[in-house]
Design a binder for this molecule. Structure first.
Ligand code: GRF
Length: 203
């Protein structure tokens, strides 16, 4: 069984989508652990309902990253649960050196835009303000930059004239819930490789 760990700070809809996909598609993937920096994250309740170990490891000193001691706790816990792939799903902290080096090439993220457009926060609002006709979502490997890293899958969402930030985000999330579980599956099945920052997906 290929074991993943999910890190989430918010409502955890991508975690739920991954759990549901594993169940319905009967793939050989297991969510070994869910970790959050936020004790109120719904992801922890989702984990509990699904019978998955979920822990909050809070960080008080910094808002946007984890201090080295806290990173060590995350890494230790992920390792103790046999995690082979770390999936960031709305985890609102940038990972630093210790974490990155502990899981080199084994951390992925989902971002709510067609990267490299609109990195950072509230990308759906950025897309709306900019006036693009299409936006979407991207799964990618994580590297030191924010929302950079080799792109794995993308899905396109049209921007409608009547869209508000909320309606657009909702439609983007519907696509996220398709491409994130699929990305996990492709990696678990050994179908994803990287060459000169380009991701190749085999059949
Ligand atoms: C998603 O929009 C994802 O693209 C971004 O954070 C959000 C997490 O949503 N990185 P959820 O907590 O999985 O519902």
């Amino acid at each position: 069984m290929f074991t993943i760990g999910v890190l989430a700070s918010g409502k955890g809809s991508n975690l739920q989508a991954i759990i549901d996909y594993i169940k319905t598609e009967k793939i050989r993937v297991k969510v070994g652990i869910v970790l959050s920096d936020n004790p109120d994250s719904a992801a922890l309740n989702i984990a509990e309902r699904a019978g998955i170990n979920g822990y909050c490891i809070p960080e008080d000193k910094h808002k946007t990253f984890l201090s080295p001691g806290i990173e060590k706790k995350y890494v230790k816990t992920l390792r103790e649960h046999g995690v082979e792939l770390v999936c960031l799903a709305g985890f609102m902290r940038v990972l630093k050196k210790y974490f990155m080096e502990s899981f080199t090439g084994k951390i992925i993220n989902i971002h709510p835009s067609l990267l490299p457009a609109f990195p950072g926060l509230a990308s759906w609002e950025q897309a709306l303000c900019y006036g693009v006709r299409f936006t979407g979502c991207t799964t990618h490997f994580v590297e030191y930059g924010v929302d950079t890293g080799p792109i794995i899958l993308q899905a396109v969402v049209p921007v409608l004239r009547e869209d508000t930030a909320e309606t657009l985000h909702k439609r983007i999330q519907e696509k996220e819930h398709i491409i994130y579980p699929l990305t996990v599956r492709l990696i678990a099945e050994g179908k994803v490789s990287i060459s000169e920052r380009k991701v190749h997906i085999s059949n």
